[in-house]
Design a protein around this ligand. Structure first.
Ligand SMILES: [Zn+2]
Length: 300
């Protein structure tokens, strides 16, 4: 009997894992690595930034994300707030769509963070190793379930220095800008401590809201809307220019930004892997995968 139960457990376990939208263990392993001390906070131009890129590119290659040019690297230069020239490197590749090929949805997350200050490493687990690893999970999901649009999978650099990677991408896009129909941006998608994942942008682009409302998966985390009405959402409650979707909005490209509310570890050296609840994070990424699927199906 015990043996039979053991076999049944194995079978059920296998059936559950076969239903996963993406490899959930890999999601957590990736998060642990990208936000480890070894990467020293992933500041632009640092050794840790280079290690992060190497890792992301290995994942892109493994998942057969196609380079847009000769490689995944899209280098750019910008002037920092203190006036020095900085070299950033965005990473981008694409997955070919089926019925709407030639029109692009850009799925993005910034991989940089703020580095080391006063000998403390700012690991930026939620901000934004979480979005970067979600990006890798989505690439896997869309390789198994082909999208209708062509998808650009973009890991931006230098977000923390003023959305520089996204600004460079929009200014000098790898495809014609009028072929980009939407941006789905992820920044801080792990710490949904109140079990709420915010989809920001539908006040400005109400045509996108019904697609996201179609997601009815029984998740512990719920999608809520907001932080996008300038009349109502004042100061730091207004998130329209708070991350890399901002430059897309400025270029009149509709966006949805997925993120969680600020928490006590936001931009602190304590934004660490140990403070993430893996089940909450997986729930958020599953919801984003399903919402992005509805946007891909619904948009023309
Ligand atoms: Zn961020």
């Amino acid at each position: 009997m015990r043996k039979l139960i053991f076999i049944l457990t194995l079978l059920v376990g296998h059936a559950v894992s076969a239903q996963q939208l993406f490899d959930e263990k890999a999601l957590i392993d990736n998060l642990k690595y990208l936000s480890s001390d070894a990467l020293q906070g992933r500041k632009p131009e640092s050794k840790g930034s280079e290690q992060a890129r190497k890792y992301i590119k290995e994942q892109f290659t493994r998942l057969k994300v196609l380079p847009l040019g000769e490689s995944y690297d899209l280098p750019f230069e910008f002037t920092s707030r203190s006036g020095t020239k900085v070299n950033g490197i965005n990473l981008a590749g694409w997955i070919k769509g089926t019925s709407k090929s030639g029109k692009y949805i850009v799925i993005s997350a910034h991989y940089d963070h703020v580095g080391v200050h006063e000998e403390k490493i700012y690991n930026g687990t939620d901000d934004n190793a979480s979005g970067t690893c979600a990006l890798i999970a989505l690439a896997e999901y869309y390789q198994k379930n082909k999208p209708e649009h062509d998808l650009i999978i973009a890991a931006f650099d230098a977000e923390e220095m003023g959305l520089q990677g996204a600004k460079a991408f929009v200014k000098n896009p790898p495809v014609a800008i009028d072929k980009i129909v939407a941006n789905i941006n992820m920044d801080m998608v792990a710490r949904a401590d109140a079990n709420e994942l915010v989809a920001c942008g539908t006040f400005l682009y109400p045509q996108l809201k019904p697609f996201i409302e179609k997601v009815t998966a029984p998740e512990k985390v719920k999608i809520v809307f907001g932080h996008d009405d300038a009349e109502k959402d004042k100061g730091s409650d207004y998130w329209v220019f708070s991350s890399d979707h901002g430059p897309f909005h400025s270029a009149k490209i509709p966006f949805i930004y997925f993120g969680v509310a600020d928490h006590k570890d936001y931009h602190q050296p304590t934004d660490d892997f140990e403070n993430v609840n893996p089940e909450t994070y997986k729930s958020c990424v599953r919801l984003i995968a399903l919402a992005s699927r509805e946007l891909d199906k619904g948009l023309n």
